[in-house]
Design a protein around this ligand. Structure first.
Ligand code: 13P
Ligand code: SF4
Length: 306
């Protein structure tokens, strides 16, 4: 059994030797976030996948994120250290089911949340993340929007747009189990704290929250705000950066159970093995990649707002 520092040293040596870059989502394990070259939300990670000047991207996140990097940067080798790390919400819509639904709404534009497979992206008109969903929808000419797969994010967009939003019945199991009663209970304990929620949460949670942000939006806000205490309604992994970047402030979980097991699948051993053995390479068939890239490029042309 190698000790932690030996593993970290080996990862850093291999990274240099192979001209690799490590990208990690804000929900990853703390030790993975600490060794990453860039940690961010889905939008930031997609932007980094394009901007990074490296031969290899080691993606510490879930499958759709590594796939997005492979779609955007086909000249780079994209590695996902744990091949079984997938997003249950992304599996709630298939390209086949989406094609059938599109027939029912021929006038609608299809907006797919980035938490979706390459095949679903290829069937869509434009992609969005939690950081730009409202802007993406409002940028479209169409008045009718088929929004897949997150019904909670679709509902949030509907509240902030005049468009007619047709939601898909998907959801994030981690965010969907955070209840309004959790917020009420934690707020009673910490009445001065501001509640920051992710738009993958249910509407009744968002309704009683003070602010709604993507994960990077939360990090930016917590840093610049004069508030000293926050209740956080999203996956627990974000507390790592919140606490590290704001040692003088206090952060409380809205729910002890808001843990995404998929986002915890990669540890330092898996990351080292990934670089040593060049596993697991994520690639997308070219015909699907080109169509999916169009939806991601269209999204990346729109500015982040939160
Ligand atoms: P963001 O970091 O883009 O807000 O996404 C949250 C999420 O659940 C990713 O799986
Ligand atoms: Fe998917 Fe939710 Fe996990 Fe994000 S937190 S990867 S949306 S299940």
């Amino acid at each position: 059994m190698q000790n932690m520092q030996t593993i970290i040293d080996k990862i850093n040596d291999l990274k240099k030797m192979k001209n690799a870059v490590i990208l990690a989502h804000n929900y990853e394990r703390g030790e993975i976030q600490d060794i990453a070259d860039f940690t961010g939300d889905s939008l930031g990670l997609s932007q980094q996948a394009v901007q990074q000047d490296a031969d290899i991207i080691v993606f510490c996140g879930v499958h759709f994120m590594a796939e997005s990097a492979a779609i955007l940067s086909p000249q780079k080798t994209v590695l996902l250290p744990e091949i079984h790390a997938g997003c249950p919400m992304a599996s709630m819509v298939t390209a086949e089911a989406l094609r059938a639904e599109k027939k029912k709404y021929p006038e609608a534009a299809v907006v797919c949340y980035v938490n979706s497979t390459a095949e679903v992206k290829a069937e869509s008109d434009i992609c969005c993340t939690s950081a730009n969903a409202v802007e993406v929808v409002n940028s479209l000419e169409e008045e009718e929007i088929l929004f897949v797969p997150d019904k909670n994010l679709a509902d949030y967009v509907a509240q902030n747009s005049t468009k007619k939003i047709i939601p898909w019945e998907g959801y994030c199991p981690t965010h969907n189990q955070i209840l309004a009663s959790d917020i009420v209970r934690v707020r009673e304990k910490y009445p001065d704290a501001e509640v920051l929620a992710h738009p993958e949460c249910r509407r009744d949670v968002l309704d009683i929250s003070d602010r709604i942000f993507s994960t990077t939006g939360m990090l930016d806000y917590a840093k610049k705000s004069t508030t000293e205490e926050f209740i956080i309604a999203t996956e627990k992994g974000i507390l790592h950066r919140l606490e590290k970047e704001n040692p003088e402030k206090k952060f409380y979980y809205a729910s002890e159970f808001a843990i995404c097991p998929e986002m915890k699948a990669i540890d330092l051993n898996a990351l080292l093995l990934s670089l040593e053995k060049m596993q697991h390479i994520i690639s997308v068939p070219e015909d699907v990649r080109v169509k999916a890239k169009y939806t991601l490029d269209r999204m990346l042309a729109i500015k982040r707002s939160r």
